[in-house]
Design a protein around this ligand. Structure first.
Ligand SMILES: O=C(O)CCC(=O)C(=O)O
Ligand SMILES: [Fe+2]
Length: 288
């Protein structure tokens, strides 16, 4: 600390020499940052799991022609919305995820027939490739343990959904350890990520924001009634970083940091998404 102008009588008497207020103290965690790379390397995945980064971006993860094929097929279809009681403002989605089938700290039986319908709907798009398999392969290409879709009771969970949060996602965090009473997957997890591949992004808005704050019990006073989300006051004062995703980009975040998506303006914001765990087996496991 320096004492600045203390003892400098000139600046005290002459407005012309008045120094501006010193900037507010800036505190920055050098590990609360984004890495941008051409691929999800072993070092980046390990670094994200270990807390060396908050997010990893891979621009151009999916080629424009492939994005256009998936997007063109999805744009023709009607999207569902997440359960309206829990997800306000509404988020549209194509496909089935576990979050609408939670019961008593576990996964409701209703998930499985819904997942059969999900497979039919995705098959019905008539795509020339499986976009979730493509994403998994790119995600796990350099990971020694490889990648697979997670299982529960021996049954394969859903591989992913297309999500369209045009009005944004509220401030929330994702942590399957806290959401489910027991392990969601047959293999216990030692780390968690959230994966998104952006097919279409708006010209304005649609940013993903992360805050350097993880859930603590006091945060429940900020929880919005019956919602998945929290009042933004829960992250007040926390360091944040904002990511404006590009079409074709893959983003992997540590979803235990509180995060949100800002409302989009001017175009649909459609992303393929799934949860990723690092299994105690060493394999990456995905689910939706
Ligand atoms: O769409 C995004 O950028 C992030 C969505 C989200 O909340 C998540 O993937 O956990
Ligand atoms: Fe999330």
């Amino acid at each position: 600390m320096t004492s600045g102008n203390l003892g400098n009588s000139t600046s005290a008497t002459s407005p012309a020499h008045t120094a501006p207020d010193p900037p507010a103290p800036v505190s920055h965690d050098p590990f609360f940052r984004t890495a941008t790379a051409p691929a999800f390397t072993r070092a980046l995945l390990a670094g994200l799991a270990a807390g060396r980064y908050a997010a990893v971006r891979v621009p151009g993860f999916m080629a424009p022609e492939r994005c256009a094929e998936v997007l063109g097929a999805l744009e023709e279809r009607a999207f569902d919305s997440y359960g309206a009681a829990r997800v306000q403002p509404p988020v549209m989605r194509f496909g089935v995820g576990v979050s609408d089938h939670m019961a008593d700290g576990g996964l409701a039986d209703s998930y499985w027939p819904a997942l059969a319908g999900h497979h039919e709907a995705w098959q019905g798009l008539g795509l020339s490739f499986d976009p979730f398999l493509f994403c998994r392969e790119g995600l796990g290409a350099h990971w020694p343990g490889g990648v697979a879709v997670g299982r529960r009771g021996g049954r394969e969970l859903g591989a992913g959904v297309a999500r369209e949060p045009n009005q944004g996602f509220r401030v929330h965090f994702d942590d399957s350890l806290r959401e489910y009473a027991d392990d969601l997957l047959d293999v216990p997890l030692i780390g968690q990520f959230a994966f998104n591949l952006y097919l279409s992004v708006p010209p304005a808005g649609g940013e993903t924001v992360l805050w350097r704050h993880r859930w603590q019990p006091e945060d429940e006073s900020h929880r919005l009634p019956a919602s998945y989300g929290y009042d933004e006051a829960v992250v007040r004062g926390a360091e944040s970083l904002e990511i404006a995703p590009r079409a074709g980009e893959a983003l992997l975040i540590d979803p235990r940091y509180f995060h949100a998506v800002r409302p989009s303006r001017g175009a649909r914001r459609i992303a393929l998404g799934f949860a990723v765990g690092i299994g105690a087996s060493g394999q990456l496991l995905t689910w939706a």
